[in-house]
Write a protein that binds this ligand. Structure first.
Ligand code: ADP
Ligand code: MG
Length: 731
């Protein structure tokens, strides 16, 4: 048999793919950010005036004068050309979940026909990609295909290398002709501004020198790496990024021997290679290790300002995919590529930093700084409590549905873990601070909190790995984010709900201060009421347990298990109020976004359903029939030579079982196609998504079940699809 599966296996056995390594011996510091238009490069290539204007704009969002934009463009071009760049592109993050580029050459012709290289302020600031084919949720009718990309000066330009080609990439936002956002970055930038203002206002209770607060993000990216040739033999892996069928291997992760184990050489070469590419792009990768499942790995950078961190994560995902090809590998970023072993997530470590160098979620050393810490800490918990459904909505996707609540990842129920010490501190504030000023309050302020918190830093080991949102000493870790997701969405929500909560907090404290309460006492009193009001979101136990699901229900916490349900959070009155008042989304943008996410969900399931039907009919059933024919021949032969029926009982039985599975697959595929037709004929996107979720998708499991049973029965050499053990244990 020369199916792709066996060709790939032969190539693997011959070890042909093992020699690749383009890794240079350079020190990381020598290559770090060498392809980035860094502050240092800006200094060198820009006039003082242009440099200042750019720095100012990056820091404070001030507008760059047209004249200076021309200068910045000229400097960027000179810098890029010295590095062999011929083209530029506006680089953006449309709601497709990938990144987009449209390359233009610097080269142009003057009216008299002279060829020149040109890149001016206009080209830098704004472009008009043909936007009709990006998701827009009805914001732009297709005839009104105008969408614009607009330069984000707060994220530095960089050079993307592909083979010998080099392109200058300008990070941009992507908006419709009327300014409505069509991407992840525009709302993220707005949420950053909103949070900055609200957090600075609250900081001023403690420190008047703070003039800027930025959210910081350190993501941890999990992924699988498999052999490309093997992956190519599976339509599901190539088209959907996950295996739609496949029996789990005899050896999964039960021996727990993969986590932190040694990294296979071939994967290691790939890692070094993509790390090197990442360093050149200024992505500060710091850690790499094996994850729990076979062939699963993780990398994480040093945290950065959230806008840059999101850009870097999307860039990294892109770089990984490209570099993997070089190594004849496939990097799978899907949340659940293989049933039966763990899926992948992307922990989002989030905190707040002031321009005075303080991490606002890091416990302080004095009573005053501790009260500041407590303020931001409690406000975060309150924010998650008040907007838990939005947090859930922000991480909802067809892919992530496989993970949330699948007993390996945080459940779909939002809750906050803070650990023993801080629980005690909050309990103390809650029980001992009084409604009205009391001397007790002063005592608490001066002594207890101050004494207790530093211990927390000593012992971080009681981390709860099952919580979707956990405090880990000096930051919160949003763990339920999916591995293929753009962090922009959860970060926008988190920043916005924090901004809103801080605003309300300040208003309440101010009222008390106006009534004559001492500032610190007023703060403590509002904190006390927030601690009480947000209690039900706090959970310290095992989030994977049955009991928690029950308890959460009793507490009135939602458990939205599917994406269509979870996405409704974006169109509630409270969400509209929140996003409108913080200038993140208009009503129309919210509704469009909701529609886009539903559509994305539908499309993904539609593709999976098609591929599953195709594989069942064209790959699995023929293999089963083939093997059944062999059995039939065998039975006939045994009969012919006069053996008793007992001699071919097993064969008869097998042939019979195969028939049953064939029938089951056939019936379910037909029913699935019918369900798909019904769903596709449903105009309303919300209804259609629910139909895909509850009707179309319900056929996936029975089809898979029968297929996986067949995989166990059918002669190995007739089975056309690489098996999990081959995909996951290639070396
Ligand atoms: P681990 O959680 O794996 O033990 P760390 O706690 O050191 O390791 O860091 C995990 C991630 O948290 C890293 O990606 C790191 O960049 C990020 N991180 C650390 N501090 C902050 C912070 N103040 N803000 C945002 N992310 C942070
Ligand atoms: Mg991890």
């Amino acid at each position: 048999m020369s199916t792709l599966r066996f060709q790939a296996l032969q190539a693997l056995a011959a070890g042909e793919e093992k020699k690749v390594s383009g890794y240079s011996e350079k020190k990381i510091t020598h290559m770090f950010a060498s392809n980035v238009f860094t502050a240092r490069a800006q200094r060198e290539y820009l006039s003082d005036e242009a440099y200042k204007s750019l720095t100012n704009s990056a820091k404070n969002g001030t507008k760059i004068e047209r004249r200076l934009a021309d200068q910045v463009a000229a400097g960027m071009k000179a810098w890029a050309e010295e590095r062999g760049v011929t083209h530029f592109t506006h680089w953006f993050q449309p709601l497709t979940g990938t990144t987009a580029e449209k390359h233009d050459s610097f080269f142009t012709l003057k009216p008299d026909g002279t060829a020149i290289e040109l890149f001016d302020g206009d080209a830098l600031i704004q472009q008009e990609p043909d936007a009709s084919s990006f998701p827009n949720g009805g914001i732009r009718a297709t005839f009104e295909a105008r969408g614009y990309t607009a330069w984000d000066p707060s994220s530095p330009a960089f050079i993307m290398e592909a083979g010998s080609g080099k392109t200058l990439c300008i990070p941009t936002i992507f908006i419709a002709y009327n300014g409505e956002s069509l991407d992840y970055k525009a709302p993220l930038l707005k949420s950053i501004a909103s949070l900055d203002k609200a957090a600075v206002d609250v900081c001023h209770y403690f420190d008047k020198n703070v003039s800027k607060v930025t959210a910081t993000l350190g993501w941890e990216q999990e992924y699988f790496v498999i052999d490309e040739t093997l992956a190519n033999a599976r339509p599901d892996l190539t088209m959907c990024g996950r295996a739609l069928v496949g029996h789990s291997p005899a050896k999964g992760q039960q021996l727990e021997d993969h986590y932190f184990g040694s990294i296979p050489e071939r994967v290691f070469a790939f890692m070094q290679d993509f790390e090197q590419e990442s360093y050149k792009l200024g992505i500060p990768l710091r850690t790499r290790h094996n994850e729990v499942a076979p062939c699963q790995f993780e990398c994480a950078p040093i945290f950065e300002e959230v806008n840059i961190a999101v850009d870097h994560n999307t860039l990294l995902m892109d770089v990984m995919a490209k570099v993997a090809k070089r190594h004849k590998l496939r990097a799978l970023l899907h949340e659940k590529p293989f049933a039966g072993v763990n899926g992948s997530g992307k922990h989002n470590n989030w905190s707040l930093a002031t321009d005075t160098g303080v991490n606002l979620l890091s416990p302080g050393k004095t009573p005053r700084t501790n009260l500041m810490f407590l303020t931001f800490f409690v406000n975060t918990i309150k924010a998650v409590h008040d907007y838990a459904d939005l947090m859930r909505g922000a991480i909802a996707s067809a892919n992530n549905d496989h993970r949330l609540g699948a007993n390996e990842a945080p459940p779909a129920i939002m809750s906050v873990y803070i650990g023993k010490y801080l629980t005690e501190v909050l309990n103390e504030v809650e029980t001992r601070v009084k409604e009205k000023f009391s001397e007790q309050d002063e005592v608490i302020l001066k002594l207890d909190i101050h004494k207790q918190i530093p211990e927390l830093l000593m012992d971080n080991t009681d981390r709860n790995r099952t919580s979707p949102f956990a405090f880990t000493g000096n930051k919160f870790e949003f763990r339920a984010v999916g591995s293929s997701a753009n962090c922009g969405s959860p970060m926008t929500v988190l920043n916005t709900i924090m901004a809103e909560t801080l605003k309300k907090f300040k208003a309440e404290v101010d009222v008390l201060i106006e009534k004559g309460e001492k500032k610190e006492i007023a703060i403590l009193q509002v904190l006390r009421s927030y601690i009480s009001a947000s209690k039900k979101i706090r959970f310290e136990g095992d989030n994977y347990s049955e009991e928690w699901a029950e308890e959460a229900k009793a507490r009135g916490l939602n458990n939205f298990k599917t994406t269509p349900e979870a996405l409704d959070a974006f169109i509630t009155d409270s969400a509209k109020e929140l996003f409108l008042s913080n200038n993140i989304f208009t009503r129309r943008e919210l509704e469009a976004r909701h529609e886009i996410m539903l559509e994305d969900y539908v499309k993904r399931l539609q593709i999976e359903a098609r591929i599953l039907g195709y594989m069942a009919t064209n790959h699995i059933l023929p293999a089963a029939v083939n093997y059944q024919n062999t059995l039939i021949e065998n039975i006939k032969g045994l009969k012919e030579i006069g053996l008793e029926p007992s001699a071919y009982k097993a064969q008869l039985n097998l042939a019979n079982v195969i028939s049953r599975h064939i029938q089951s697959i056939n019936d379910n595929v037909e029913a699935m196609i019918e369900a798909r037709k019904r769903a596709n004929n449903t105009e309303d996107m919300h209804k259609r998504a629910h139909m895909y979720c509850h009707e179309v998708k319900s056929y996936f499991d029975p089809i898979r079940y029968a297929s996986d049973k067949l995989e166990l029965i059918v002669d190995d050499k007739l089975w056309p699809l690489p098996k999990f053990r081959e995909l996951l244990y290639m070396r």
